[in-house]
Design a protein around this ligand. Sequence first.
Ligand code: SAH
Ligand code: SF4
Length: 468
Amino acid sequence: MQGLLPEKIEMSSLAETAGKRTMRLHTITLGCQMSAADGAEMSGPLYKRGFSAADSPQNADAILINTCTVRQHAEDRAVSLIGSLKPWKNEDPNRVLIVTGCAAERLGEWIRKKFPHVDLIVGAKSIEQFPEIVEETLNRRFDALSENREAFGACPGADAGLDKELFSSPVLGATAPGAPVADFVTIMRGCNYSCSYCIVPLVRGREHYRPVEDILEEARRKTAAGVKEITLLGQTVNSYSSTREGRKINFSGLLELVDQTPRLQRLRFMSPHPYYVDDRMIGAIARLRTVCELLHLPVQSGSDRLLKLMRRNYTRDSYLQKVEKIRRAIAGVAISTDFIVGFPSETEEEFAQTLSLVEILRPVCAYCFKYSPRESTESAAWPDDVPVRVKEERLERLNKLVDSMTATALQEQIGKTLEVLSEQSNFGRTRDGFKVKWNAPAPIGERLPVKITAAAPRILLGETADEI
Ligand code: SAH
Ligand code: SF4
């Protein structure tokens, strides 16, 4: 990291920072919810250090970009964003640009050389060391503790012990100011699978699980601060495994414990791997008060040959059988999923099997992606032989079919009165994940009965009602 940082800032501007306003941080997250949660966690130490939130890059003294590399498109966006911030940095060299996450892990050296205006690069495997890394950087930048005390004296708990206490706490669970209604809690990092197309294990490493107590403590802290809905996050969230007081705790056991969190209204998780869906997990979802009736269960393809090539560890039938079990056990459960189209050697017939799986699965929503070869993955060595035009055409057909399923699911809600958790005064979500807008303003963070009167393309419209 040495040599990457601009010269120390002038004492006068630091005093101005202390006297007039705190430093302002703008966090930009590219990619999945896991990446959004990582971005929030990494912003935590900066907020604790006295930064406040900036509403736009232009108003920020520091920008943290948490990048994604899962598909080439995501990486291209990250690179172009970093490049576009050169004038922002040139306007005031005291500004700090931090690039983190999966693309930073993969392209760190290259970014360092190509974009000298980046101050700090922290790859996805080092997220847990982020507090120490950023401390070192900012201390060099702001001449360590003496100046910290002056510049950040206004922040609660700021004293000689501030930095030690602050940065020795684990990054996982660091808190940004202001509690949202719905928030994330990361329960594991990395992935032990090696799906042939996927770069995640290469940039994030193998699975490691957060201790149960840390997870429960973060959930309690968040709900005490006003969070009503928690989504547990992991790449294969349901392979979670840990011990507590000598007892083995798997994912279902963890759901049971988090469900007990005081004031928690809703519990979700993302993304379960179909292989680890078992009777105990289905039972826990069906039984537990807070666990919501929406399951995002990525399937990727409807063809057994492709599922094998992808190394997904399930077949079309075993996947659909699990979904059947889930539907039998959990009344009104909504299923969403992910697909990849144009995987190497995918034939028209195999793609048709994906379409037929959609007809059987009836997902409320699906994220559909064109196959994107990622360097050093197994499938990157295979010919990317489905022409771009064909990939695009398949993607369009698949999206059209999925959109029709979404539209049907939305239409089916009309006339029902549903429990909506308000995230804004007239916007919220149902337990099964539908977005809802309603007529009259309501308090934020409340569960409201809303009578659904109409469906727009991706959202339900309704009126607040007296009861469900
Ligand atoms: N851990 C999750 C998925 C994480 S990546 C799981 O296994 O289900 C999110 C989604 O990105 C994947 O479900 C897949 O649909 C898509 N994806 C991953 N790698 C891809 C690639 N190389 N090309 C296209 N889509 C990809
Ligand atoms: Fe990637 Fe497969 Fe792991 Fe999901 S399970 S993160 S797709 S390797």
